[in-house]
Unconditional design. Structure first.
Length: 240
């Protein structure tokens, strides 16, 4: 009997042995639903990571070019001339839209009379109204990455817990430990692994892309402050 016990045990182990891909493909019910949701979430996250990384990198380079050209133009031209020259080259740049908003508001204020110090508050509010949707565009997609990084591990854990509950439910029905419990536990653990695979890249990308966005927003704020300084120097003093 003892001689036959070892081969039988090995046979049972061979029957329950499976790789993670096989375990995932054999998942059923809630575990399968969690796996599908995590895979979809991961694919969407990677699409966002790729598209936003390309867009933000290009935007950062264009911003550097714009800032250099703008500084050079201001040495020999006024804000209106600089806006007309750069607006054609950098149509989609947030800085260009801020500049256009400022000049439009400035023109409306000067129609009413000479520019006063308190009119700068109106210009600042106009810039803030324009900047808010622009910042939202810069942050587009980052919230989903943050959600994936936060929720995916818990979704995988939920699938794992559910799968283990099903495994012990089958154990209660059949009484066979190895053949019943092992496949369900393998499928359940795959859910946790997939959750981590979805969460880790999303977390890294969220931090990296968020850092680029913060730098762009900071540069946009600095540009707005520089515009106010230029208007104060060129328009307020000229009225004195």
């Amino acid at each position: 009997m003892s001689a036959l016990a070892v081969p039988v045990s090995l046979l049972l182990l061979a029957q329950v042995e499976m790789d993670p891909m096989t375990a995932a493909l054999q998942s059923r019910g809630m575990v399968l639903f969690v796996l599908v949701a995590l895979v979809i979430l991961s694919v969407v996250s990677w699409v966002i990571i790729g598209s936003r990384a390309i867009a933000l990198r290009a935007l950062r380079k264009e911003t550097a070019v714009f800032r250099g050209q703008f500084a050079e133009l201001l040495k020999t031209a006024d804000l209106t001339t600089a806006a007309e020259h750069l607006g054609k080259k950098h149509v989609s740049l947030p800085h260009t839209r801020i500049l256009a908003t400022v000049l439009k508001e400035l023109h409306q204020l000067e129609v009413l009379g000479p520019l006063r110090e308190e009119d700068l508050d109106s210009l600042e509010r106009a810039m803030r109204r324009t900047a808010e949707p622009l910042v939202d565009d810069l942050e587009s997609g980052l919230q989903l990455l943050a959600t994936t990084a936060t929720a995916a591990p818990f979704m995988g854990l939920f699938g794992t817990v559910w799968g283990i509950m099903g495994a012990f439910g089958g154990l209660a029905d059949t009484g066979t430990i190895l053949q019943t419990v092992a496949p369900h536990i393998a499928q359940a653990l795959v859910a946790t692994a997939v959750g981590l695979l979805a969460a880790i890249p999303a977390s890294i990308a969220y931090n990296g892309l968020g850092r680029i966005v913060r730098r762009l927003v900071t540069d946009l704020d600095c540009f707005a402050e520089e515009l106010l300084i230029q208007i104060r120097r060129r328009h307020l003093r000229s009225k004195d």
